[in-house]
Design a protein around this ligand. Structure first.
Ligand code: DGJ
Length: 734
């Protein structure tokens, strides 16, 4: 049994971790432990009550016990206004205007399987794979009830947490902050690891020490954002890839979020994660309820590598849904960097022709095929094929592409809204504009009000009809601006603070409906690249375009950072032209392929202009990737070095551990350089592996060694013959 409830003590076990809470004599729900697996010992013994000045005491005990304080106790639900002066996860205003909450434990029960959340992404599992713990707390004065939901996946060492808030009183209540996660560590000296960036340079890892202050990352951009990712790690100071304790938190939400960490007066650390409160209110009338999205957490006692693999596996098997979860992903050709807006039907068919001859699977028609869109300044919203530009109907284009043996995919930006569009001229009130104010434009565009059901229905109807007409198998769902001027013409004044979350619910509804109507449709998420690279999106889109930066060397950094929280099978990665359009850098063709093969793999360049030799090389690369596809999709991922090393090396190991691929890219060349060694991981110690290089001319066995010898002694990486040289090393059990 994963969850044990025994007179107020609630213990959750996964295979290698334990999480515990306890309702005490005042019905306060204490958090008592999260760490490596232990037995059912009551860990509240570790709490040392102390009288700390200015940390007050609840009325019931205040006259005789100055050591009991909400300001110092580790709490399972931290709420504002009850004498806890740390960062708190739950804020609400009652009908008196008061913001003072005190939640008392009511009951706890275990439910079979994993709970779901209405209208929101959530980890899913078979009944045999998971259990749910539901803990109910209430503030009877405010009339508020909170159900804390924990989903326990013992095999994955993952616990999720979400909350449902119900107004069971007689008066309205306004929610101001509903952090889905609130977790206290009694002691510890932690580092916080976050993944920051910007458009075209996302998810760069940054590590800093948690000091006596509040550290936070978040987004109020209407999306999880390029700038801070909703995946963070808390780690002991000495933790590295293979040693030490660390805790990871991933928010299954693609909208505005806030992660906070605070080390308090007594050196305890609290972390919170949830919807960003700066841009959120939610009015609850009597009888109403509100679901806060889910946080997925995991801990590793063996460094970051294992922590990442816990998240990879959970996302691969329990977040990504539908047939594409287990299917070989198509190798695609996308026309964006080949043509930008400058194409016609003939050019597209030429690209498709060459792609088919090179053995690719899917042709993706990117931006510019609809309305009058020949630049990024018009037509978003007018989702009608531009037959004049295409020289044919979308139906015919689809048919001709399929005749070549390729699937047909298409780019859309459903949330975008051009002021120069028929839709805007007809429905100006569908834009998110604050009445009387000039809106902020970005890439010349506005945002459609996705909080509105009529807007959602319009988009659904348009997308459905395009998918049917074109025989579309794949959609790239893009969004190309941050969202501000948040206002909906249909929401009442008091509910405008609900815009950002309602907007996200609208996006999720459309995605869900599309998948219901077209279960085989493969949707690739995109937000100017990786502006919505989060576990929430992966519930709908099994892969996400990782970044608008397709430069192989930049991608080493971006994909390295991304790999901490997300599996390789989710990372959209393409081979593009050189000099690279974003950085101007020239890298070898082979290296661009090696980097892209560590994701979903595809090409985004004008292959019609490539030489016969280069096309032959594409055919070879596609052949290699076909063989590797399941290794990348299902295998375990190991980071063997970092982008700060002279050579970035990573490894994919098959689930049965008989095959591994070690990929490496050199990004510094020196004369007479030292040999660079890496230690592959995850092999079977007493099996023998043949080590060979897959790429190019040196396709011959380099060594035959036992798994134990390879893992302990390491392997030398083939020396670079030129700048940005790379290798693909295959390890196969013989
Ligand atoms: C941003 C995307 O990330 C690109 O790949 C491309 O689809 C453009 N938008 C098209 O406008």
């Amino acid at each position: 049994m994963a969850i044990i409830i025994s007179s107020g003590l609630i213990t959750i076990h996964t295979d290698h971790t334990t999480y515990q809470m306890k309702a005490d004599e005042l019905s306060t729900l204490l958090h008592t432990y999260y760490g490596p697996r232990i037995d059912d010992t009551d860990m509240s013994q570790l709490i040392v009550p102390r009288d700390r000045g200015f940390s007050g005491n609840p009325y019931e005990v205040g006259m005789f016990d100055k050591t009991y304080s909400f300001d110092t106790l580790p709490l399972e639900l931290s709420a504002f206004g009850d004498g806890d002066y740390r960062i708190t996860g739950f804020h609400a205003e009652d009908h008196l205007g008061a913001r003072a909450l005190r939640f008392r434990f009511r009951e706890a029960k275990v439910l079979p399987g994993k709970y779901g959340l209405p209208g929101l992404p959530a980890v899913y599992a078979k009944e045999s794979e998971a259990e749910t713990l539901e803990v109910t707390l209430a503030d009877e004065d405010a009339g508020l009830l909170v159900r804390l939901l924990y989903g326990v996946l013992p095999d994955c060492d993952v616990i999720t947490r979400a909350l449902i808030v119900e107004n069971e009183g007689q008066n309205p209540v306004r929610l101001l902050k509903t952090a889905s996660l609130s977790l206290d560590f009694l002691y510890g000296d932690f580092d916080l690891i976050t993944f920051h960036g910007r458009h075209a340079m996302e998810r760069k890892m940054e590590r800093r020490s948690i000091a006596h202050s509040v550290h936070s990352v978040g987004s109020v951009r209407g999306m999880s954002s390029h700038h801070y990712n909703p995946f963070v790690i808390l780690a002991d100071k000495n933790t590295d890839e293979t040693h030490g304790q660390c805790f990871g938190f991933s928010f299954l939400y693609s909208g505005e979020f806030l992660f906070e960490a605070e080390k308090d007066q007594a050196d305890s650390t609290r972390v919170l994660m949830g919807i960003h409160p700066d841009d959120f209110t939610w009015d609850l009338q009597p009888g109403d309820s509100f679901a806060a999205p889910e946080v997925m957490m995991s801990m590793s006692g063996e460094g970051f590598g294992l922590l990442s693999r816990n998240f990879h596996r959970t996302i691969r098997e329990h977040v990504i849904r539908g047939p594409w979860r287990d299917r070989r992903r198509p190798v695609l050709i996308n026309n964006w960097e080949a043509t930008y807006f400058n194409f016609n039907g003939q050019k597209l068919l030429e690209i498709a022709d060459t792609a088919a001859a090179c053995g690719l699977d899917l042709f993706v028609l990117d931006d510019g095929w609809f309305g009058k869109r020949n630049l990024d300044d018009s037509s978003l919203g007018d989702w009608v094929p531009n037959e004049e530009k295409l020289g044919m109907t979308l139906k015919e284009l689809g048919e001709r592409i399929r005749e070549k043996g390729l699937m047909f995919g298409i780019w859309v930006e459903p949330e975008g809204f051009s002021t120069d569009s028929d839709l805007y001229r007809k429905h100006p009130d569908w834009a998110t504009i604050v009445p009387g104010r000039k809106p902020d434009l970005s890439r010349h565009q506005l945002i459609l009000d996705f909080t509105r059901k009529d807007v959602q229905d319009y988009i659904l109807e348009r997308l459905t009809s395009i998918i049917r007409e074109g025989g579309i198998s794949y959609i790239k769902w893009d969004l190309n601006r941050s969202i501000c001027d948040k206002y909906s013409a249909l929401l009442p004044v008091k509910r405008q603070g609900e815009f950002a979350h309602r907007y996200m619910l609208g996006v999720y509804r459309i995605l869900e409906e599309l998948l219901r109507s077209f279960p085989d449709l493969l949707i690739e998420g995109c937000c100017g690249g990786g502006g919505r690279f989060d576990a929430g999106m992966l519930y709908y889109t099994p892969q996400i375009w990782c970044s608008d930066n397709s430069d192989a060397v930049s991608r080493l950094v971006i994909q390295y950072g991304t790999s901490f929280g997300y599996p390789a099978s989710a990372m959209g990665a393409h081979v593009s032209a050189v000099p690279n359009h974003q950085t101007g850098r020239t890298t070898p063709f082979k290296t661009r392929a090696v980097t892209a093969m560590s994701g979903t793999f595809g090409y985004e360049l004008d292959i019609t202009k490539m030489s016969g030799e280069e096309r032959e090389e594409i055919r070879r690369q596609v052949g290699i990737y076909r063989e590797l596809n399941s290794l990348v999709r299902e295998g375990d991922y190991y980071r063997l070095s970092t982008p700060d090393d002279v050579c970035t090396v990573w490894e994919n190991v098959s689930p049965d551990r008989t095959e591994a691929l070690v990929s490496g890219v050199w990004h510094g060349v020196e004369a007479n350089p030292p040999v660079f060694y890496v230690k592959p991981q995850g092999l079977i110690p007493d099996r023998t592996y043949a080590v060979s290089y897959l790429d190019g001319d040196s396709d011959k066995t380099a060594a035959v060694m036992s798994g134990a010898a390879i893992m302990a002694g390491g392997l030398p990486c083939r020396m670079p013959a030129m700048e940005y040289d790379s290798f693909l090393m295959k390890l196969a059990a013989v």
